[in-house]
Design a protein around this ligand. Structure first.
Ligand code: SF4
Length: 288
């Protein structure tokens, strides 16, 4: 098994082929809109685009996003080897035009031209007890990333207290602020608790959940379902053209917080919801 080649294929799949759960959710949203409405037209275009990208192996969107990797490794695996393979794969994926060059030095404003830079691609390593290596990648578009937001409860402006009711209030505020931005319909990844950094990290990892999956925590499952309904009643619709679907799903993760803090972090994923994973085991490589 050639690790770099396997990761290159993972990136190709992420950039050119939306996962079945996402396509299914967009198809359902398309079916729900009335004929002749702008929303129906937008979903038509999105679905045609998704189909063409898959058949031609070309990027789903011109912004192929930032590369964010999550790597789970057994005890004796080398982070260095995997990191090198990821960087080599990113360079080749850029040459093959699966990726647009998206790594810019903030000091010089120079684009490296190959998606490699200081801390780019972003890689999160995590050791686990399994024998396999799991590599997950997310391509996070800049427009959708700009829509992310973090709130600190209590948030007096919205009368949002330190409880799940407060969480609901700030999240509705965030989506109202995001209208017309970030290429709706979006999927919301939310992290509650933690410090400022881990709260955002938790919010982003939610995107590896499948659309339609239920939260194991009953209270959070209820909040996810009711928020999804409430946000879809806002009528913002795909690309802000109005319509019945503003969000495809809402995923909430929670973690312990300091007694004096209550952070609510929102990561927003656009309709081009690109994430894929692969497992490397003795049997070979399996993609999802
Ligand atoms: S927000 Fe998403 S769909 Fe919109 S341009 Fe960026 S990557 Fe593409």
């Amino acid at each position: 098994m050639d690790l770099k080649e396997s990761i290159l294929e993972l990136i190709r799949r992420a950039s050119t082929d939306l996962s079945p759960d996402v396509v299914e959710a967009i198809t359902e949203a398309h079916e729900n809109e009335e004929k002749g409405t702008p929303a129906k037209g937008v979903f038509d275009t999105i679905l045609k685009n998704v189909d063409m990208a898959r058949k031609q192996s070309t990027p789903i969107c011109q912004d192929t996003g930032s590369l964010i990797f999550y790597v789970d490794i057994p005890e004796k695996s080398s982070e260095f080897e995997i990191k090198d393979a990821i960087r080599e794969a990113a360079i080749e994926a850029t040459e093959k035009q699966y990726l647009r060059p998206n790594a810019v030095d903030p000091v010089t404003s120079k684009n490296s031209g190959n998606n490699i830079g200081e801390n780019a691609p972003y890689i999160h390593f995590h050791q686990w007890k399994n024998d396999e290596i799991r590599i997950r990648v997310m391509l996070k578009g800049g427009g959708s990333e700009n829509v992310g937001a973090q709130y600190k409860l209590p948030f007096p402006k919205l009368k949002a207290g330190r409880d799940l009711k407060g969480v609901r209030k700030v999240l509705i505020d965030a989506i109202i602020n995001a209208q017309g931005l970030g290429c709706a319909p979006g999927t919301l990844g939310i992290g509650i608790g933690g410090d400022r950094i881990t709260s955002y990290m938790l919010s982003k990892e939610q995107f590896f959940r499948k659309i339609g999956s239920k939260n194991e925590n009953k209270e959070l499952a209820e909040l996810e379902a009711s928020l999804k309904d409430e946000l879809n009643e806002l009528g913002i619709g795909p690309m802000g053209f109005g319509g019945k679907t503003t969000v495809l799903d809402v995923f909430i993760g929670s973690q312990a917080r300091h007694p004096a803090t209550f952070f609510v972090s929102l990561s927003y994923m656009c309709w081009a919801f690109r994430r894929k994973s692969m497992i490397i085991s003795k049997e070979g490589v399996k993609y999802d």
